[in-house]
Design a protein. Structure first.
Length: 238
């Protein structure tokens, strides 16, 4: 039974909630593994037609990686990066449309997950960005995911400054497919999900698969470069 996520069903829609509100829904290795397992189960279940992901509580979709989790030892880096590959890969490989119901801040890898989803429902209080650089952390996955979704100029800005975007900028960049009042983003996501559930599941799966192939080489390169980036940061002391 998952401990750090909650799974509910609304007809053909599965709702996966990141459930660590006291930690702004930051994920650790256990939580990421639970998310991967849940997405795999959704993919194998023909009664699931759409997947919504959201965060528990009113403050955050997710704060990204939990900074309290110890960094991997040098001998563990490749396995650690492979785990992140499975995590991001689970969102990419899912054959069902995914909707991010953004209930607050989406930072770091949680911002990246929101971009990996097919649709995003936001509200005026949403803030999104890639703040790792401000903590002295070099990002490997952020530049790829952000550039793929929003272009190199935006990725360069967000990754090198670490600034967070307010809802108005997210709106201008086209990040919100739909909007709702705070507290209503899941309800709005369910309305979108109902529309998607009426479409051909095979056509949706094949089209989604085609869309993900555009940046498959960049995904592979990101995972290949990541261990060297981590070791480079350690050798220079950040």
């Amino acid at each position: 039974m998952p401990a750090l996520i909650t799974i509910t069903r609304e007809g053909p829609t599965a709702i996966l909630t990141f459930d660590r509100p006291d930690a702004l829904n930051a994920w650790n290795a256990t939580m990421r593994a639970e998310i991967v397992a849940a997405l795999s189960a959704f993919d194998a279940d023909p009664t699931v037609r759409v997947v919504i992901v959201t965060g528990a509580g009113p403050r955050a979709f997710g704060a990204g990686q939990d900074r309290d989790e110890p960094a991997p030892a040098d001998a563990e880096i490749e396995a650690w990066v492979s785990g992140w590959g499975r995590f991001f890969g689970a969102f990419r490989a899912l054959s069902k449309p995914t909707i991010a119901a953004l209930n607050g801040v989406a930072a770091g890898s949680a911002f990246q997950v929101a971009l990996l989803c097919d649709f995003r429902v936001g509200h005026d209080g949403v803030r999104m960005g890639q703040p790792e650089i401000r903590a002295g952390i070099a990002s490997s996955s952020g530049p790829w995911i952000i550039a793929s979704a929003l272009g190199l100029a935006v990725a360069t800005d967000l990754c090198l400054t670490g600034r967070m975007m307010a809802a108005a900028e997210c709106r201008r960049l086209g990040l919100f497919n739909r909007e709702a009042e705070p507290g209503e983003v899941v309800a709005e996501a369910l309305r979108l999900a109902a529309d998607l559930a009426n479409l051909s599941p095979l056509a949706l799966a094949l089209t989604r698969q085609r869309l993900k192939r555009f940046d498959e080489a960049d995904f592979a390169e990101t995972l290949a470069l990541w261990p060297a980036m981590l070791r480079g940061m350690r050798q220079t002391g950040g």
